[in-house]
Ligand binder design. Sequence first.
Ligand code: ADP
Ligand code: MG
Length: 322
Amino acid sequence: MDEFSFIDAIKPSYYKQSTLIKGIGDDAAVIRSSANDLVTAVDIFVEGVHFKRETMNAFHIGYRALAANLSDLAAMGADPAFYLVGIVIPKSWSDSELKEIFQGMKELADFYQMDLIGGDTVSGKQLTISITVFGYCQKEKVRFRHTAVQGDVVFVTGTLGDSCAGLHVLSEPGEYKNQSYFIKRHRMPSPCLSFVKELQQIPRVTLNDISDGIANEAIEIAQASDVSIHLEEQKIPVSKEFSQFPKELQHKWKYFGGEDFEILGSVAKEEWPLVKMAADRTNTQVTEVGFVTSTEMDAGNVYVHKQGRKVKLDKNGYTHLK
Ligand code: ADP
Ligand code: MG
């Protein structure tokens, strides 16, 4: 298949977003500016680095790549609208596999009324997908990570460590309970867009999506906001059959594993009931996992409290307090 018939095959037949003037088919796409803020992000996925053909089929590669981008929009409080796809295609990938990649993206895009508005297609040695997403956000409602303050409740959506558990199930075949659940969490993560949208009435919520493990994301919030974040070990939510995996892996996956694409947030105590209501309305599990303090001395730090002890968390592991 040549580049033109390929583009024809992935070209949507109509536009869903009213601000789109021109999508695929000219030298560039055209979006009419609106009263809302435009939020944009890009992510790159390289075969062998970010995914392997052995554990992901083509459909899931596309699905997961767009889901990761949408998770970034969710963490900004934005509503997804458009995406562009740059793809480097090696000879070893068939036409039908390539269509499947785009089909995986389309499934999520259709659900969120997103238009595919352009991209670039080239050949090369390693399958590489770069997705750029655009979303809209009401003015003054963008959720930055520098806004956490002392006294905030720290919360997390869903359960943590499942994506890593799914990858483990796929790469180390064996007898596992709830196997298909873990695999789905790895291959088809769901960005928390509807939940975040329901938070709009709350004046200040700090959000970060969990693409790199809760430890890393909490440190990002703590550093950007100049506060300390305290997590309570026994409150970190995990799924029902998570305990079947070796203790060491559970620990690693839940704090440092990442790619669960859940949301870590902080909100004023008074507003916490509204967060729980938003979670109820959108069928989202939300758990209070800690709190925020602010002293000049330990700004930017994250601590885990367990069995009456307090340990400092680093991006890649624990640092025990002296
Ligand atoms: P040009 O040569 O003008 O840059 P291209 O031949 O690269 O145009 O692309 C033609 C049209 O197809 C453009 O609208 C471009 O955005 C779109 N397009 C190309 N590759 C992709 C892709 N992988 N995904 C989505 N749209 C694509
Ligand atoms: Mg081009």
